[in-house]
Design a binder for this molecule. Structure first.
Ligand code: ADP
Ligand code: MG
Length: 593
């Protein structure tokens, strides 16, 4: 069975609101309860200052104006000033608390997402494009900011207001209350229907946003190809078509959301109609006073605003939920390549780190690379792997470092099945120069230091000299402190190779894996690096994938791969004498990729 990894799609992402909310609550919201309680206190102060202000209107008219108390005017004025200042300050504080809590929650979620994503299999990143994952980390995680401020705070405040006003209304006349609220059940079905529509549109919107980011990612990474092939207009229309899909879905979702307050308005109108007919008649007939009617009316009017706002939350939640699901699904994705709970520890001196591939089978989702691969790489020797492009050479390295796991068979290092080792321990055995050089947007020095972050300046310089980095860095104004540019864009292909080699030299692990390390170098630099490798050779296992005879000829052992099988093994002279595939390649003097 070929290796697979889950594709992040919309279909797999259906989780009940309750489950999502419990997850959010226990991991991200609960820890912020104290701060939010503070914010609520300040919000209450802010809200009640209005009440206090209106309360002061009555004594101003009835006491001060009526009795002409000029002195008291100043005091009342100062008190009002104080109230306004208090109101402003409380508003400022509560806003700042909410903002800081929201940003904290978002950062925590993003950090957890990154922690998790980096544990996922390499295959996951081949199945799911970077844009899709990026949109989840940046875009979808943003909605958690809204949870406390938008939902919980609004919800709590709304419930309290509605409950207290409802109490007033019922105490005045239960029948009036019933008649006024008679229309509310009418809202249930339309809202359920709208929720579904909004959820669907939001899913489309979020997916289209992801795809838009994917397009952007492709465009900016392929900028050279686009310019050279005059594909600017073609790429812009690809981008615009996705962005348009996103725009349409976004408008549809927003429309569904706006329809709810509209329905609430209609139902409120019906309520007032019923109240006027029933209550108005009772007032005219003298069964109730005008004061009672006005008081009831005010309570209902005041209830209207929080009710409208809370009904909006029900549908807005659907939009939030879609994003939460997208984040949750990502967090739920489990890696296939994991370490067992009690990994074996490997005691080694270096001369016992024999590498053995035994009956290894491995397939990509649509291609079988190996069906039965066996070979041995002797410790503290230099072994070269040669073979045509696509023969499976890089895949051998990936199986060795458990970037992928074989579907059958075992890989052993020092006699231990690598699946039973700890992942950090296994990967710590290797210094790798991969085909993708992995140069980051940092200085040359920092890129080399990634091999061994605690290395001294002297050690970095030595590695840089051996790998022929200094020979070009010395010409740069900033030397080793020159920036490499995004993905190493400031360096040539050969310079990137040399930085990667310096990194591997600095890392200084017992096994050095080099995947076509000097393919982009001129023969002079290649020879110099070859000399540097000779120093390592005495007490390290070196495995090099190479095409150049200069590299291969010196190897202690050469393994020739063809179509996923080992076809020849031996030293250069043995293989040339044999007159097989290697010898053919040798005769043509160049090992062609
Ligand atoms: N991530 C991948 N998904 C699917 N097929 C792959 C992947 N990587 C490599 N292959 C295929 O597997 C075969 C072996 O690849 P690889 O080991 O990179 O070859 P080599 O390094 O010898 O050129 C090739 O046919 C290649 O197309
Ligand atoms: Mg390769």
């Amino acid at each position: 069975m070929p290796i697979t990894s889950p594709r992040l799609t919309q279909e797999s992402e259906s989780h009940p609101s309750g489950k999502l909310f419990r997850w959010l609550w226990s991991y991200y919201l609960k820890s912020q309860t104290n701060k939010i309680a503070f914010a609520l206190i300040f919000m209450t102060i802010q809200g009640s200052t209005l009440g206090a202000l209106s309360y002061m209107i009555e004594p101003m008219f009835d006491e001060i104006f009526a009795n002409k108390l000029t002195e008291a005017l100043v005091w009342v004025g100062l008190t009002i000033l104080g109230l306004f200042c208090l109101r402003g300050l409380a508003g400022f504080i509560s806003t700042m608390i909410i903002v800081s809590v929201s940003e904290r929650i978002k950062l925590n979620l993003q950090k957890d997402l990154m922690d998790h994503i980096l544990t996922l299999d390499t295959m996951f990143f081949e199945v799911n494009s970077p844009g899709n994952i990026m949109e989840r980390v940046l875009g979808d995680s943003d909605v958690v900011k809204m949870i406390w401020s938008g939902y919980i705070a609004t919800g709590v405040r709304g419930c309290i207001s509605i409950a207290s006003l409802m109490f007033v209304a019922i105490s005045i006349d239960p029948l009036w209350t019933l008649v006024t609220c008679l229309g509310i059940p009418l809202l249930v079905f339309p809202i359920i229907w709208l929720q579904r529509q909004i959820r669907k549109s939001t899913q489309i919107h979020r997916r289209a946003s992801s795809e838009t980011t994917v397009r952007l990612d492709e465009i900016f990474h392929g900028i050279h190809a686009i310019k050279l092939n005059l594909l600017e207009n073609n790429q812009i229309s690809r981008f615009v078509s996705k962005a348009t899909e996103s725009r349409r879905a976004s408008i549809r979702a927003a429309g569904g959301n706006a329809a709810v307050p509209f329905l609430v308005d209609v139902v409120a109108g019906l309520g007032f109609l019923g109240l006027l007919i029933l209550g108005g008649t009772e007032v005219i007939n003298g069964e109730k006073t005008t004061g009672e009617f006005m008081s009831f009316f005010t309570a209902i009017v005041l209830m209207f605003d929080p009710f409208r706002r809370m009904s909006g939350l029900i549908t807005a939640w659907q939009m939030t939920r879609v994003s939460l699901e997208r984040v949750y699904v990502l967090l739920e994705t489990k890696p296939n390549i994991t370490q067992i709970t009690k990994p074996e520890t490997l005691d080694y001196t270096g001369d016992d780190l024999e590498i053995v591939f035994e009956d290894v089978a491995f397939s990509y989702p649509d291609l079988e690379v190996f069906d039965n691969l066996s070979f041995t790489i002797p410790p503290q020797k230099m072994t070269a792997i040669v073979g045509a492009s696509g023969a499976g050479k890089t895949t051998v390295f990936n199986l060795l470092a458990r970037i992928f796991d074989p579907t059958e068979g075992t890989v052993r290092i020092g006699g231990i099945d690598i699946k039973t080792m700890g992942l950090p321990e296994l990967r710590g055995l290797f210094s790798v120069v991969a085909q993708d050089k992995g140069i980051f947007d940092e200085t040359i020095r920092d890129n080399i230091l990634l091999g061994q972050p605690n290395a001294t300046g002297e050690e970095v310089s030595r590695a840089a000299r051996s790998a022929q980095v200094l020979s070009f860095a010395d010409e740069l104004q900033l030397g080793l402190d020159a920036p490499c540019g995004p993905r190493g864009a400031n360096l040539s292909g050969g310079q990137r190779q040399r930085v990667a080699i310096a990194r591997a030299f600095l890392r200084n692990s017992p096994i050095l894996l080099l995947d076509e390390p000097t393919s982009a170098l001129d023969s002079n630099s290649e020879e110099l690096i070859q000399d540097a490798l000779e120093e390592f050779r005495s007490n390290r296992t070196i495995v090099v994938i190479a095409h150049r005879l200069a590299t291969v000829r010196n190897a202690d052992k050469i393994i020739v791969l063809d179509q996923g099988r080992v076809v020849e093994e031996g030293t250069h002279s043995e293989l040339v004498a044999k007159g097989g595939l290697y010898s053919g390649l040798y005769q043509s003097q160049v090992l062609v990729s």
